[in-house]
Design a protein around this ligand. Structure first.
Ligand SMILES: NC(=O)c1ccc[n+]([C@@H]2O[C@H](COP(=O)([O-])OP(=O)(O)OC[C@H]3O[C@@H](n4cnc5c(N)ncnc54)[C@H](O)[C@@H]3O)[C@@H](O)[C@H]2O)c1
Length: 323
């Protein structure tokens, strides 16, 4: 889809496992890695991912798909066999879903994380990059968010992602694995699912505006987010899996753009791109939501060479065009 190579090393000798590769971010990783010559295996159970997302790749001889569950050790062992790099994206997303069903979130995001990590260890996989989340910052009031200053988590989802970070640390310590955690900040882009009660705000609003329906804005619309186009998250994963900087391993990084936009900014931006005159409906604030979110991305810039190539507005235009 895009022609920006985010690596200098040859990827053709890399065998990469992407968990959750039928999902939104995972499928963009698959697309990039196949485009630049890697051998890619995906494990996914389609709990939130979609077959269409991997149909795009099924004729590529360097692509392999395993329908399986990261909570099942045998599935994980099969997925990890012969792999050099694990990019772990599979999880049950959504803060509200985790508040409704913390057990399901914990099972996939914590037990599943541990199961795939043990399988990676057993298979001798050295390099692991995993998806954490800005929700880990919880109630810490500091802005912009700096990696080592976190508060108390506000939802089971945030607890699950923080638990991943704690486990990643001890896996690095005890098994010598080179593990990097990426705290994604509101990633958006093509293929993000607009459907269902737990859909992310951007695809949901694009869908509604296109149908002339009125989106609900939780609260007065002044809540901010560091909205980040998916291709920036792809770049971060590629930088993290290819870095040779010893100081970069065992670390966690904010992956964002370093700018905040309010929900009203987002709504007005989408209206402008779509030429819509629909007005929003204001609802009550959501449980577990943080009011302001803005990342300090200097650590990722310095240690990984991350440099987000797509600004918020450009990403929105691409997303709307490809919707
Ligand atoms: N999208 C964001 O803004 C955002 C922000 C912060 C963190 N994250 C994290 O990034 C990762 C990817 O998110 P996404 O937005 O692409 O979500 P997604 O729901 O589109 O993708 C997750 C994928 O994991 C798969 N999956 C879930 N449980 C599984 C299991 N037990 N076994 C096998 N596969 C399973 C799903 O079917 C899906 O394809 C997740 O870890 C998520 O928590 C995303």
């Amino acid at each position: 889809m895009y022609s920006t190579p985010y690596h200098t090393t040859d990827l053709s000798n890399q065998k990469i496992l992407i968990t959750g590769g039928a999902g939104f971010i995972g499928s963009h990783l698959v697309e990039y890695l196949l485009k630049y010559g890697a051998i890619v295996r995906v494990i996914d159970n389609f709990i939130t991912g979609r077959r269409e997302n991997i149909d795009l790749f099924k004729n590529n001889p360097r692509f392999e798909f395993i329908e399986g569950d990261i909570c099942n050790k045998a599935d994980c062992d099969r997925a990890c066999d012969g792999i050099n790099v694990l990019l772990h994206q599979a999880a049950l997303g959504s803060v509200p879903r985790s508040i409704k069903d913390p057990v399901a979130t914990n099972r996939i995001n914590v037990d599943g994380f541990l199961t795939i990590m043990v399988a990676a260890r057993d298979a001798g996989i050295q390099r692991v990059v995993y998806a954490s989340s800005s929700s880990v910052y919880g109630d810490h009031p500091g802005l912009p968010k700096v990696e080592d200053k976190i508060g108390k988590q506000l939802s089971p989802y945030a607890v699950s992602k923080y638990t991943n970070e704690l486990y990643a640390h001890v896996f690095g310590l005890n098994y010598g694995m080179k593990i990097i955690g990426l705290r994604y900040f509101n990633i958006f882009g093509p293929r993000q699912d607009p459907n269902g009660q737990y859909a992310a705000v951007i695809p949901k609003w694009i869908d509604m505006l296109k149908k002339n329906e009125r989106p609900i804005i939780n609260g007065d619309g002044s809540n901010t987010r560091d909205f980040t186009f998916v291709e920036n998250a792809v770049q971060a994963n590629i930088k993290a899996m290819t870095t040779e900087n010893e100081n970069a391993f065992g670390q966690i990084y904010n992956i964002a753009c370093g700018y905040q936009f309010s929900l009203m900014d987002l709504f007005n931006g989408l209206k402008e791109i779509l030429g819509s005159s629909v007005m929003p409906v204001h609802g009550s604030s959501r449980e577990g939501d943080i009011a302001q979110s803005l990342a300090d991305i200097n650590k990722a810039k310095k240690l990984l060479g991350y440099d987000p190539a797509f600004a918020f507005k450009d990403g929105l235009k691409i997303t709307v065009t490809q919707y």
